[in-house]
Design a protein around this ligand. Structure first.
Ligand code: DQA
Length: 156
């Protein structure tokens, strides 16, 4: 099977959002902001397009579904932008999946996880991410897509 780096230019970037992020806008807005997931996904598509990329946005509350999406990305996507949400702090399996697919990975958190409870300070995903963006709110996704364009260009 061809690796994504060998595939044509219109291959999208996978934007993957983890558990509870479907509730953005309603969920603890003082921490996560008022933007809905639909709004953030639109921002991702617009930013990707402005940088000559295409964003394929998905969200799941299920660890296995997220892992399957990451495996699929190996041949179907150019790079992964991921907010692993609560699984950041618990999931070795998600970390292993990201390591296995060998794509550029940008980890995003809306909040600054280092300013919050101690259990949020460690993310299993960070060790396999090229870049980590946290504490920039919804704009973090725009920063992530813009930076992904750089990572994708560097990989070519
Ligand atoms: C989050 C931070 C996580 O600690 C939390 O479990 C989330 C969202 C963020 O975007 O700030 O669900 O990833």
């Amino acid at each position: 099977m061809p690796h994504s780096a060998d595939l044509p230019d219109d291959i999208p970037v996978l934007v993957l959002n983890g558990p509870n992020l479907n509730l953005l806008g309603l969920r603890e807005p003082d921490i996560y902001g008022k933007d809905t997931l639909a709004g953030i996904e639109e921002l991702c598509r617009e930013t990707a397009a402005a940088h000559g990329l295409r964003a394929d946005c998905r969200q799941s509350n299920h660890e296995g579904v997220l892992i399957d999406a990451i495996h699929e990305a190996r041949t179907a996507h150019r790079a992964i932008v991921i907010n692993p949400a609560g699984y950041s702090h618990t999931s070795v399996a998600l970390r292993d999946a990201l390591a296995a697919v060998e794509l550029p990975v940008v980890e995003v958190h809306l909040s600054n996880i280092h300013k919050r409870e101690a259990f949020r300070h460690h993310s299993y995903v960070s060790a396999v991410a090229d870049t980590v963006i946290c504490g920039a709110g919804a704009n973090g996704y725009a920063l992530a897509l813009a930076h992904t364009a750089t990572l994708v260009r560097e990989k070519r």
